[in-house]
Design a protein around this ligand. Sequence first.
Ligand code: PNS
Length: 161
Amino acid sequence: MFTRAVYPGSFDPVTNGHIDLIQRSSALFDEVVVAVLRNTEKTPLFTGEERAEMLEQVAKDLKNVSVTSFAGLLVDFVAEIEASVIIRGIRAISDYEYELQMALMNRRLSSSIETVFMLPAEAYSYLSSKLVKEIAQLGGSIHGLVPEDVEKRLSDKFRVK
Ligand code: PNS
């Protein structure tokens, strides 16, 4: 059976932890659609377009991975593109409670969609977009935590003008 999976998120910006999960899910599913949430409650540092561009750059060599953006309910988007799986990464037990709540709520909204939790490599278990932004803003090194293109875009954003 052909399985199309959606990997949704804010990706503000994409980190090496996200990339690790994209690679793992690309090996596991027939097709992976990375879906950037456009209208997030949090005010993002990067626009939806910028976030999608950075993801496209990292996914360009993975033939079964595409990048798009969505607004509204995730389950509606998943149904619209005829996918059946939602991928979410769990780094530590602290992620679990929120992820469980979201997965069960999504199941209530659409019982035919399964959420699959995946573990990133241990080296990325403490990595988050939020910390990367904070470190970059305060002038610390984020080398090795995000792709070089993202590193550059972050330093451009926070450069004192
Ligand atoms: O990277 P994030 O911010 O943890 O991703 C959260 C995301 C985008 C998966 C979640 O906020 C989401 O699905 N938003 C879309 C709106 C929606 O469906 N809300 C109900 C979730 S139960």
